[in-house]
Every structure is written in structure tokens, then in C-alpha cells.
Ligand binder design. Structure first.
Ligand SMILES: [Zn+2]
Length: 280
């Protein structure tokens, strides 16, 4: 036993001297190929009822971006209750911030934007839900002021979907942490009408060479057009991901791989560069 204690002491000293265990860049894992983030927008009830149980079955993580938009307060056919959202948190899924009321953030003043962000933080606190550390801009609409606020508040990552470089929801842009700022993470594919299985396979094929495929869902079945993505199709997607060796995580899990102190100084620079290349 004494020998074991001595060994542990030596190990502890080695850890201190070498700096192992500090949460700095040295601890970050290399980004593997086939790394996928699964995201579920708008606090839809079907995400709780249909998606979460299947994610559990396949051993996948996921991020649920919640807001109290539309008729969230009264329409529990369409939207989750806070008790259901809390259950997602308890089950180890990520509950994240999608503004208080699904506001277009680029139209808000700084004070209005802070109020929208803090609305969801307060709701989470009231329901004993883990404080959100990631954020999703409704309809991808963002502005420099928003990034400043989210940075000050310590958010790790924010999701901007495909805006503004890509109008195509089916073939967007994989997240390249060497290129893209962590507060403007793009989405490579949003499931919905007119998206084909080939579009999905194309999106997955982007998850290589340090890039991460972020996939977005808006209801299973789809919210806007019921039936556009059935529960059976959702399971087919998860089965394909599992059978082909994809690692599916929540957005916050990218902190294991991405150093928040790295990346472009100007978050919008890569977007401007791409728009220029497109002649816009
Ligand atoms: Zn949304």
C-alpha cells in the first residue's frame, strides 16, 4: 500500500511538472475523421418523444437548442414542456440556448440581445437545468455585437447554420476549426424537404481532414411538413452513422478537440473571404 502511495505521489508530481491535466491546448484531442455533431432546433416535442430515445439506443450525443418562440407556452402538441427539457439534460444530452423567443438577432439592440440570451439561462436555472454553454442564431442571423456578448458570457460555440455564404440548406459547409471562428460554426446539412440521401452522404463525406460535419434537425416528423422525415427515416440515419463508424456528439463536446483561444481573430473574415470568392 505504501508503495502504491509513493507511486501515486510520483505520478502526481510528474503531472504537475509536465503540466498534464491542465486544461490547455496540450490536452486537446486531434479531430478524428467521421466526427459529427447532431443538433435539434426549436424545442420541438418530437425531439423529446422520438429523437432522444433513438439517440440513447445508438449511444449518440446531441444538442437541443431551445427557445420559447411561437406559441411555446400553450401549444404542447408541438413544443416540449420544461420538464421534458430537464429530462434531456438529466439524460446527458446538451440543452442549449436558441434565444428566448426565436428572435432575429441581427435586428436587436445589445440590451435586447442580452435579454434574449438571459431569458433561456434564467429558465434553465429555474428548472435546475445545466447552464447553456452553446448558442444557435435563429435563421442563422448574427451580428458582431452578438458575438461580443456571447464571448463575454463565456459561450464555447455558437451555431450560425449556413448563413450567409450558402443558401442551399442541403449542402452547406463543414466546420473547420482552423478556418472558422468557434462563435460562427457552420452547418453542413439541415434535414428537410428536397434533401436527398445523396445530400446526406455528401455531408458526411466532409467530416475528414480536421473538419467536422454538423447536422441539423427541425422535428421528426418534420415540423413544417409532417412526414418529410419520419421516425423510421431518422433511425435509418442513425443506423447508417453507427454502422459506418461515425462518432456523434453534442456541440459542447467539441471543446475536447477545439482550443477556444485559437482560430481567426476576426470571426467574420472567413465568411467575407468565401463571399468574395463567390463574387458577392
Ligand atoms: Zn430555430
Amino acid at each position: 500500500m505504501i508503495r502504491l502511495h509513493q507511486s501515486l505521489a510520483i505520478l502526481a508530481a510528474t503531472v504537475l511538472v509536465c503540466g498534464i491535466g491542465r486544461s490547455d491546448a496540450a490536452d486537446r484531442l486531434p479531430i478524428p475523421d467521421k466526427l459529427v455533431v447532431l443538433e435539434f432546433d426549436d424545442a420541438l416535442r418530437t425531439h423529446y418523444a422520438n429523437c432522444a430515445p433513438l439517440l440513447k439506443k445508438y449511444g449518440f450525443g446531441g444538442t437541443f437548442f431551445v427557445c420559447e418562440g411561437w406559441d411555446f407556452a400553450t401549444n404542447k402538441e408541438t413544443f416540449m414542456t420544461w420538464e421534458q427539457i430537464k429530462k434531456l439534460d438529466e439524460d446527458g444530452f446538451e440543452v442549449a440556448n436558441h434565444t428566448g423567443h426565436h428572435k432575429m438577432c441581427d435586428t436587436l439592440s445589445r440590451e435586447e440581445f442580452i435579454a434574449e440570451v438571459e431569458h433561456i439561462e434564467r429558465r434553465c436555472r429555474e428548472h435546475g437545468i445545466t447552464k447553456p454553454v452553446t448558442f444557435c442564431f435563429p435563421s442563422g442571423r448574427h451580428a458582431p455585437m452578438c458575438l461580443q456578448v456571447l464571448k463575454e458570457k463565456g459561450y464555447l460555440f455558437t451555431q450560425r447554420s449556413h448563413e450567409p455564404e450558402f443558401r442551399q440548406l442541403e449542402r452547406g459547409l463543414a466546420y473547420d476549426p482552423k478556418e472558422d471562428h468557434r462563435l460562427l460554426v457552420p452547418r453542413v446539412h439541415n434535414f428537410g424537404p428536397s434533401r436527398s440521401w445523396e445530400d446526406f452522404l455528401w455531408a458526411l463525406d466532409q467530416a475528414k481532414d480536421g473538419k467536422i460535419a454538423v447536422l441539423g434537425f427541425h422535428g421528426v416528423p418534420g415540423w413544417w411538413k409532417p412526414g418529410e422525415i419520419s421516425v423510421a427515416h431518422f433511425e435509418k440515419i442513425l443506423k447508417h452513422l453507427r454502422d459506418n463508424g461515425y462518432k456523434c456528439v453534442a456541440l459542447r463536446d467539441l471543446a475536447r478537440y477545439v482550443d477556444p483561444t485559437k482560430g481567426p481573430t476576426d470571426p467574420s473574415a472567413p465568411i467575407r473571404r468565401r463571399l468574395k470568392a463567390q463574387g458577392k
